[in-house]
Design a protein around this ligand. Structure first.
Ligand code: HEC
Ligand SMILES: [Cu+2]
Length: 314
C-alpha cells in the first residue's frame, strides 16, 4: 500500500474508479454551490450594509427569470447526480455470471470465508486478480457489515437471510477488510485482509493447505445424510418437488403468489418450510432450523444451485 497522503485509500477494484468519480463530482458541485452562496451573501452584506452609498434604486420585488433559473439549474444537476448514482448502484447489484463464488459467514467477531472448492479461511480472503468474485453472505448472530475501503464496497450481513456483494480486484496486494456495523464488544477487532494474487498463484494457493470437500459436494452429502434425499429424490415414494434444475426458476405457491428460486428462497425453504408452500404439495417438510449451521445450509444451497445432481462426482 502507498504511504503517500491521500484523501481515499488506493482504488483497487473495477468499481472503485466509478465510485470515486461520483464522489468527487458530488463533493465538487456541493462545494461550488456552497462557496457561491457564501460569497454572494458576504458580498451583498458588504455592498448594502447600513450607511453604504450603493444605490438602492430600481430594486425589483420579484424576478421570475432568476427564480426559475436557480430552481431548475441545481435541480437538474442533482437529479443528474442521482441518475448517475442509481446507474452505478444497479451495476453493483448485478454480478457477472462467471463470478467466483465465496460463502461468507460472520459471527461475533470473525469472518469465515469458504471457497467453492472447499478451502476455508478465517479473517482473510485470497482472490485472483482481475476475476470477478461474488460473496454470498449471512450472519450467525447480529448484524455485521462487510467493508473493503480499497474496493469501495460495503454490504450489511444479516442473520436469517443472504445478502451478496461482488467485486473484480484490479491491483495485487493486501487490503483491509473491516466490519462496518457496530456488533458488540470486539467489533473494532473484527478486521481482516483481502489478498489479491495473480491467477496462477491463486490456483496454486487453492491447492495448498488443508481442504475439505467442495461446498457442493459437502451439500450433496448433507442432502443424503439429513434425509432430504429420502423425500426429494425423484425415485422417492414421498410426493415432494424435484429439486434438480430448481435454481433460478419461478415457483408457484399454494396461495397463488410466485417466487424466484434464488439463494434466499432455498435457504427459507430449508429453515422455514411452512412460510411458502409450493403449489400442489402437502406441508410435510420438517424445519431444519437449529439442526444445520450456516455453513451447512450454505453448502446445501450451493449444491442445489449447482443443479443437485444425485451422483457423487469426483
Ligand atoms: C418429509 C419429506 C421432506 C424432507 C425430509 C425434506 N423435504 Fe424439502 N420439501 C418437501 C415437500 C413436500 C416440499 C413441498 C412443500 C413445501 O413447500 O413445503 C418441499 C419443498 C422443498 C423446497 C422448495 C422446492 C420448490 O420446488 O420450490 C426445497 C428447496 C427443499 N424442500 C429442500 C429440502 C432440503 C435441502 C431438505 C434437507 C435438508 C429437505 N427439503 C427435506 C418434503 C421434504
Ligand atoms: Cu461485526
Amino acid at each position: 500500500m502507498t504511504d503517500e497522503i491521500s484523501l481515499l485509500p488506493p482504488a483497487a477494484s473495477s468499481v472503485a474508479g466509478h465510485t470515486d468519480a461520483l464522489f468527487y463530482s458530488l463533493a465538487g458541485f456541493s462545494t461550488a454551490i456552497a462557496a457561491a452562496l457564501a460569497l454572494l451573501a458576504v458580498a451583498f452584506c458588504i455592498r448594502y450594509r447600513r450607511g453604504s452609498r450603493a444605490s438602492r434604486q430600481g430594486a425589483r420585488r420579484h424576478a421570475n427569470g432568476l427564480e426559475w433559473a436557480w430552481t431548475i439549474a441545481p435541480m437538474t444537476v442533482f437529479l443528474g447526480l442521482f441518475a448517475w448514482g442509481a446507474y452505478d448502484y444497479a451495476r453493483l447489484t448485478r454480478p457477472p455470471a462467471d463470478a467466483v463464488p465465496v460463502l461468507a459467514v460472520a459471527k461475533q467477531w470473525v469472518w469465515t470465508l469458504q471457497h467453492a472448492d472447499g478451502r476455508r479461511e478465517i479473517n482473510e480472503l485470497h482472490v485472483p486478480l482481475g476475476r470477478p468474485v461474488r460473496l454470498l453472505m449471512t450472519s450467525q448472530d447480529v448484524i455485521h457489515s462487510f467493508f473493503v475501503p480499497a474496493f469501495r464496497i460495503k454490504q450489511d450481513v444479516l442473520p436469517g437471510r443472504y445478502t451478496s456483494l461482488w467485486f473484480t480486484p484490479t491491483r495485487a496486494g493486501t487490503y483491509h477488510l473491516l466490519c462496518a456495523e457496530y456488533c458488540g464488544t470486539d467489533h473494532a477487532a473484527m478486521v481482516g485482509g483481502i489478498v489479491v494474487m495473480p491467477p496462477e498463484r491463486f490456483a496454486q494457493w487453492l491447492q495448498e493447505g488443508d481442504r475439505g470437500p467442495s461446498l457442493a459436494r459437502l451439500g450433496m452429502r448433507l442432502f443424503r445424510d439429513s434425509g432430504c434425499a429420502g423425500c426429494h429424490n425423484p425415485q422417492s415414494s414421498v410426493h415432494a418437488p424435484d429439486l434438480r434444475q430448481l435454481f433460478g426458476r419461478r415457483v408457484f405457491m399454494q396461495d397463488g403468489s410466485q417466487r424466484v428460486a434464488d439463494e434466499t428462497y432455498l435457504r427459507d425453504s430449508i429453515v422455514e418450510p411452512r412460510k411458502d408452500i409450493v403449489a400442489g404439495y402437502e406441508p410435510i417438510m420438517p424445519s431444519y432450523a437449529g439442526q444445520l449451521d450456516e455453513e451447512q445450509i450454505g453448502a446445501l444451497v450451493q449444491y442445489l444451485r449447482s443443479g443437485a445432481a444425485p451422483e457423487e462426482s469426483p
